[in-house]
Design a protein around this ligand. Structure first.
Ligand code: FUB
Length: 456
C-alpha cells in the first residue's frame, strides 16, 4: 500500500479518490460493526489484506478501533485472529464480525467463511477474545451461507442472533450468550420466509423471483421499532432496510438507505448507532488509494431519522463526519495511533507497549482533529524507537505545511523496539486546531512512534 500511496502523492492528490472518506488509512477494513460502551464507540471490522490471494476475499483477522469524538479513531490492532480458532484448519475466512457487551463480558460473534458462525469471549472490548466453545456456535446444515451475524438484546433480556446469505435465519441466544434455545425452528434455527413484502421484490440472474435481501444484516431497535438493515439487490450491493414491531417479524420492506455510487465496492455492509445524541451510519467503500472490491475501507456518515422513524437515503460524501464531537486534550498522553487521517503509515503491536505507529517514511504524516491547546503549550514529548538514523517530527497546525510549532529531532535508540521519551520546545499554540505531525528524514523506515503529549 505504501508504494501506491507514494505514487498517488506524486500526482498531487490525497489518499482517497475524491469519493468516500475512509476512517482508517493504515489498513484495509470492511464490514463495520460499531458498539457503544461506556461513552466510547468501539468499531469492530474485518480486515482485507493488502495482498489479495486468488482474486478473492483475503481475510485473516478482526480489528478494533475506538473514538469518543467520531473523527479521531484509535487503533487497537487485531483483537482476534483465525490463528486462535484451533478447530478451523484454514487461514482465510475472517468475515463480518459483531461484538456486544453483556454480563460484564464482551461477545465477539464471527463468521468463518466455510466454517460457520463462532463466538469469542473477552474481558475487555479490545480483547483478547477466546474461543470458549472450541467449535462453531451455530450448529447448522448451511455453513457455507452462515455469514454476517448480527446480535441484539431486547428490553426483556432476550438476545437474538440473525445471520445469513441469501436467507435470513435467527436463533434465540440463552443468557450465557454462547448457546441458544433448541426448542424453536429446526434444532433451534428459524429460517425466515423471504417474501417481497418483507424484503422487497427482485429477480435473480435467471429471471426467477427472489427478494432484495442479500447479506450483511444489522439488527437493532429504536423507539419501539425493530430495524433490519442489510446489503441488497445483488452485485454491486445497495443498502436497504425492513422494520417490524416484534424482534421476530413479520418484517416490512421500507426501501434503500444507500444506493450505488462511484467508489463503493461491489459489496456493501452497514452498522448503525446513536451516540451522544447523533445517529451514525457506517459502511464500506473501495475509495482508499489502492482499494478495490477485496481491499475495502470503512467510512462513516452522520444522518437524522425522519420524524416517523424511517431512515433517509444517505449519500456517501468525501468529508464523512464533518465535526468532532469534542476537543482533544493534548496535555494528556495521546496514543500515536489516534488519528483523523494519516498518509503512508502502518500500526503494529509490541507486547509491552501495545499498538504503535510504524513504517514511518519521509513525508508521511498524522492528522489529529480539534486539538485544544488552551492558553498554549511549551513542550512536545513523544515515545519513540529507532534502529535507523532517526529523523524529525515537524509539529504543525492546520495542514502539512501549516504554522510550524517546533521540530523534534528523533535520535537513534539502538533498536526499533527500544523506546525512549524525546522532547522539544514548541511555540505556544492557543485555542483549537487540527494538529499535523509531519515526518521527515532520509531513505527507508525512520522510527517507531508510541505516544505523544504537550506540556505547558
Ligand atoms: O467481508 C466478506 C463479506 O463481504 C461479508 O461477510 C459480506 O457482508 C460482504 O461485505
Amino acid at each position: 500500500m505504501k508504494k501506491l500511496l507514494l505514487s498517488f502523492a506524486f500526482v498531487g492528490l490525497c489518499g482517497f479518490v475524491g469519493a468516500q472518506k475512509p476512517i482508517v488509512q493504515t489498513y484495509f477494513t470492511a464490514d463495520p460493526a460499531p458498539m457503544v460502551y461506556n461513552d466510547t464507540v468501539y468499531l469492530y471490522t474485518s480486515h482485507d489484506e493488502d495482498s489479495t490471494v486468488n482474486n478473492f476475499f483475503t481475510m485473516y483477522d478482526w480489528r478494533c478501533y475506538s473514538s469518543t469524538d467520531m473523527v479521531n479513531w484509535t487503533d487497537h490492532g487485531a483483537v482476534a485472529s483465525l490463528k486462535n480458532i484451533a478447530w478451523f484448519d484454514k487461514n482465510n475466512g475472517a468475515w463480518a464480525p459483531q461484538c456486544i457487551a453483556r454480563n460484564g463480558k464482551f461477545y465477539l460473534y464471527v463468521p468463518i467463511h466455510g466454517g460457520g458462525i463462532s463466538v469469542l469471549v473477552g474481558d475487555s472490548p479490545t480483547g483478547p477474545f477466546r474461543d470458549v466453545l472450541g467449535k462453531r456456535l451455530i450448529d447448522s446444515e448451511h455453513i457455507w451461507n452462515d455469514i454476517d451475524p448480527t446480535i441484539f438484546v431486547d428490553d426483556d433480556g432476550q438476545a437474538y442472533l440473525y445471520w445469513g446469505n441469501p436467507v435470513l435465519r435467527y436463533v434465540k441466544l440463552n443468557n450465557d450468550m454462547i448457546s441458544y434455545d433448541k426448542s424453536i425452528g429446526k434444532n433451534g434455527i428459524v429460517s425466515l420466509e423471504m417474501t417481497g413484502e418483507a424484503f422487497g421484490e427482485a429477480v435473480d440472474r435467471d429471471g426467477k423471483p427472489r427478494t432484495k435481501y442479500v447479506e450483511g444484516p444489522w439488527f437493532y431497535k429504536r423507539n419501539g421499532i425493530y430495524y433490519m438493515v442489510y446489503a441488497a439487490a445483488g452485485i454491486p450491493e445497495y443498502i436497504a432496510y425492513s422494520t417490524a414491531t416484534s424482534p421476530v417479524g413479520p418484517w416490512t420492506y421500507k426501501g434503500f438507505i444507500m444506493e450505488r455510487a462511484p467508489k463503493l465496492a461491489f459489496t456493501n455492509h452497514s452498522g448503525i448507532i446513536d451516540y451522544k445524541g447523533n445517529s451514525y451510519f457506517f459502511y464500506h467503500s473501495e475509495s482508499l488509494t489502492g482499494g478495490g472490491g477485496f481491499r475495502r475501507s470503512v467510512c462513516l456518515e452522520q444522518f437524522k431519522y425522519n420524524a416517523d422513524g424511517s431512515i433517509p437515503l444517505i449519500v456517501p460524501t468525501a468529508e464523512g463526519v464533518k465535526e468532532s464531537l469534542s476537543a482533544l486534550n493534548p496535555y494528556k498522553r495521546v496514543e500515536a495511533e489516534t488519528m483523523a487521517w494519516s498518509e503512508g503509515l502502518k500500526t503494529a503491536k509490541d507486547n509491552s507497549k501495545g499498538i504503535y505507529v510504524t513504517k514511518i517514511n519521509n513525508g508521511d504524516y498524522i492528522k489529529v482533529s480539534s486539538v485544544d491547546f488552551g492558553k498554549g503549550a511549551t513542550t512536545f514529548e513523544a515515545s519513540l524507537a529507532s534502529a535507523a538514523k532517526g529523523g524529525q517530527i515537524e509539529i504543525r497546525l492546520n495542514s502539512t505545511d501549516g504554522e510550524l510549532l517546533g521540530t523534534l529531532d528523533v535520535k537513534n535508540t539502538k533498536g526499533a523496539n527500544n523506546w525512549a521519551v524525546q522532547s522539544c520546545k514548541v511555540k505556544a499554540a492557543k485555542g483549537i486546531h487540527d494538529l499535523y505531525l509531519v515526518f521527515k528524514g532520509g531513505e527507508g523506515d525512520l522510527f517507531n512512534f508510541d505516544w505523544w503529549k504537550f506540556s505547558k
